[in-house]
Write a protein that binds this ligand. Structure first.
Ligand SMILES: [Zn+2]
Ligand SMILES: [Zn+2]
Length: 352
């Protein structure tokens, strides 16, 4: 009899200590944290400024490719993709590549050039295409484009989602909806993520970026168990004044084509955006995870505030975030740093 009572007590303890049993989250449960930055040595690795969405006179940009390359080089950018539109009839159907066609050599400039394009045809959703000569086919199906890019070992990301929802540009009346984005991201691993900041969002009064960020958070909540979805920022440069408004900062241990591609694929980058020329964007010095204390610490410069976002909701602020035992964490956390005229965002760190 005594033995049975002990057994029942044990069962009682087990049942009521299980997660989800109504007693709240057990803070001692094992939490797994997966960060795209976990291999980065912040003391020794380099931070490379990168713009992957750029137009020239090969499509509707107003400067020649050589002037555009020189302008980015002068501003200290290391990585640049010229991504002219693929419209074929109106615009050049080829990629703006290689740079030697305009008398420029990435190696001589100390730069990494990426062959690319912006898929724009038939007023469909826009995508930046990278690392292939894919330019134009007769297909009106975005899935065909993404499939072709993947078969060429290329990469892509989703451009300016907000333009396709509610925009003063009447060419893009396409409300694709969350399910469409999730479907293509689930289907094409080479489609890396979405452009949350676009140079077209350069006015503080526009709310494009809020929409893009909300969409990104919705996608992360639904897809993060299956795959990561990176956030990108770009200039979408068309004229000289567009330069240096949105960029990614790639983290690499050496400057090479291979390392740059790896950083983009693995999400070892953060992104920055600013509305006007002015103070520098917040720059991240380190992100460290302490699994023992269940905390993430970020160090940065040129910021006045840091917000921690999960599931589209602010779940913390300041340099240190306690994820262990934190019931507000919805599968991940990402950081947004701001300083009034600019902001910088990290990729999502998975917390399960
Ligand atoms: Zn576009
Ligand atoms: Zn563009």
């Amino acid at each position: 009899m005594k033995k049975r009572a002990t057994l029942l007590t044990l069962v009682f303890i087990l049942v009521f200590s299980l997660p989800g049993s109504g007693c709240g989250k057990d803070t001692s449960e094992v939490i797994s944290v997966e960060s795209p930055y976990e291999d980065v040595n912040w003391d020794t690795w380099m931070q490379l400024k990168c713009n992957m969405h750029t137009h020239t006179t090969e499509s509707d940009g107003i400067d020649d490719p050589d002037d555009v390359i020189a302008a980015y080089n002068d501003l200290g950018y290391t990585v640049l993709a010229l991504t002219d539109h693929d419209l074929g009839v109106v615009y050049n159907p080829d990629t703006t590549w290689p740079w030697s066609r305009w008398g420029k050599d990435p190696q001589t400039l100390g730069m990494i050039g990426i062959e690319g394009n912006e898929l724009t045809k038939f007023h469909k959703h826009h995508f930046v295409s990278l690392y292939s000569d894919y330019a134009s086919t007769g297909s009106t199906d975005e899935g065909d484009w993404l499939n072709d890019i993947q078969e060429l070992d290329g990469l892509a990301y989703i451009c300016h989602p907000y333009w396709h929802v509610d925009c003063d540009i009447p060419l893009y009346p396409l409300d694709k909806g969350l399910a469409w984005y999730e479907e293509i991201l689930s289907t094409y691993p080479s489609l890396l993520g979405i452009e949350v900041y676009n140079g077209g969002s350069r006015s503080e009064s526009r709310y494009d970026t809020d929409y893009n960020l909300e969409l990104w958070d919705d996608i992360l909540v639904d897809l993060l168990d299956e795959r990561q979805v990176w956030g990108f920022a770009s200039d979408d440069l068309h004229e000289p004044n567009d330069i240096n408004k949105g960029y990614c900062v790639l983290l690499v241990d050496q400057v090479s084509d291979e390392k740059v591609r790896e950083a983009i694929v693995e999400g070892r980058f953060y992104f920055s955006h600013r509305y006007i020329d002015g103070p520098p964007c917040p720059q991240i010095s380190s992100i460290n995870i302490n699994e023992e204390s269940g905390t993430i610490t970020i160090e940065a410069t040129d910021y006045d505030g840091i917000k921690w976002i999960s599931g589209g909701v602010e779940v913390g602020e300041g340099e240190i975030f306690q994820y262990g035992g934190n019931q507000d964490v919805n599968g991940y956390v990402r950081m947004m740093l701001s300083n009034g005229t600019s902001s910088t965002g990290t990729q999502a760190i998975k917390i399960k």
